[in-house]
Design a protein around this ligand. Structure first.
Ligand SMILES: NC(=O)c1ccc[n+]([C@@H]2O[C@H](COP(=O)([O-])OP(=O)(O)OC[C@H]3O[C@@H](n4cnc5c(N)ncnc54)[C@H](O)[C@@H]3O)[C@@H](O)[C@H]2O)c1
Length: 372
């Protein structure tokens, strides 16, 4: 198959969908890989590394789209890319269709096949192409939180791990899923006194088994949260209710209970945030202060560490990209059920129900395209 890897043109996006190692794997299998000039530079990969791996560098985005049967990307195509997409071309990338109608309409009009990273789903309902970014954001939440706890950045001036003779900081993590667990490992590793709150007892039993002694678990409810925020130095919001807006577990009035200089890192900001006073911020201007409490609410945290994020993402996407390249999207989806929910748009028809419903557009059962 002919595979194209365009350079991401969305603002501040430095990730790339294929590493030189990934290009080599595809070339080894007899596929032709075309990478747009400087597509990997933001993640630390030079054009020469791709050519050494057997890929060909193309100077422009137009040529990359024109030649490719399958486009592998990171972010959803943005407006200037719409006209470059061809009928029957396979696009494998994050789309987040339900949040943007013009994109959905443009992809329907293109008659391309859109396989969305975010809806590829395993039999246990986990989302293998979202997990790596949650892992990055969870770990980063503590790195950022520790930084903003420093006095010059308006924090309490407390060191997460304390020192001999001085107690460590208290870290409260709301939600013990992927983000919360990774945050807890990092905070615990730095010596902080960590509490994870969740509503799932099985999840907390698991966490209590695997976490070190400086991580405790506690049932998440309003009473307990009100108590805990009084003592916390760093609070991480990591709650997810699939398909719904995050619940506001920390309400505005609770800020008054907190110590001045407490830091809130609301990772769930992309789902509306689990802290009522959270509003999305950017890496250029990541924090703001309300009632002496520092809020960090960057919606694309992994974007700040493109080297790690690119490797983490491509570790997860490459096995699927190989199946798609080897077999084509139809046979690959017939053979691997994980890919079926990833199919969102085929030949001008929406085949993912929630997307059709979001915009009141016609829905076609994906089986129409998978039956032999
Ligand atoms: N800002 C970013 O850059 C970024 C990056 C990656 C993920 N995220 C977001 O982080 C959030 C968490 O993602 P995840 O992958 O860890 O999700 P997850 O599904 O693995 O975990 C969510 C956890 O929240 C728990 N939960 C649900 N209701 C709760 C409540 N009332 N109190 C406490 N816990 C509750 C669930 O039981 C689950 O354990 C999501 O909103 C995700 O979109 C943001």
């Amino acid at each position: 198959m002919i595979i194209g890897v365009p350079k991401e043109i969305k603002n501040n996006e430095n990730r790339v969908a294929l590493t030189p190692a990934g290009a080599k794997e595809l070339v080894k299998r007899g596929h032709q890989v075309y990478v747009q000039h400087s597509a990997g530079v933001g993640s630390g990969f030079q054009d020469e590394e791709y050519t050494t791996a057997g890929a060909t560098i193309l100077p422009t985005i137009e040529e990359t789209y024109r030649i490719a049967e399958m486009i592998i990307k990171v972010k959803e195509p943005i407006e200037p890319e719409y006209k470059l997409i061809k009928e029957n071309q396979l696009l494998f990338t994050y789309f987040h269709f339900a949040s943007y109608e013009p994109l959905t309409k443009a992809m329907v009009a293109s008659k391309a096949v859109c396989l969305a990273y975010e809806t590829v789903e395993k039999a246990d309902r986990s989302l293998p192409l979202l997990v790596p970014m949650s892992e990055v954001a969870g770990r980063m939440a503590i790195q950022k939180g520790a930084n903003y706890l420093e006095k010059p950045l308006k924090g309490r001036g407390i060191l997460l791990g304390g020192v001999p003779g001085v107690l460590p900081a208290k870290v409260l993590i709301l939600g013990g899923g992927i983000v919360g667990t990774q945050a807890a490992w990092m905070a615990a590793g730095l010596g902080a006194d960590v509490t994870i709150m969740d509503v799932s007892l099985p999840r907390m039993r698991y966490l209590a088994d695997v976490m070190p002694a400086n991580v405790k678990t506690m049932m998440s409810n309003e009473y307990n949260i009100r108590e805990m925020v009084k003592h916390a130095d760093l609070i991480v919001g990591a709650v997810l209710i699939p398909g719904a807006k995050a619940p506001h577990l920390i309400t505005k009035d609770m800020l008054k209970l907190m110590k001045p200089g407490t830091v809130l890192v609301d990772v769930a900001v992309d789902q509306g945030g689990c802290i009522e006073t959270c509003k999305p911020t950017t890496h250029e201007n990541p924090t703001y202060i309300i009632d002496d409490v520092v809020h960090y609410c960057v919606a694309n945290m992994p974007g700040a560490v493109p080297y790690t994020s690119t490797l983490a993402l491509t570790n997860a996407t490459l096995p699927y990209a190989i199946q798609l390249a080897d077999k084509g999207w139809k046979k690959a989806s017939q053979d691997n059920p994980d890919l079926v929910p990833g199919l969102n748009v085929i030949n001008g028809e929406i085949v993912y129900k929630a997307v059709a419903e979001a915009f009141n557009m016609p829905y076609t059962d994906v089986e129409k395209y998978l039956a032999d």
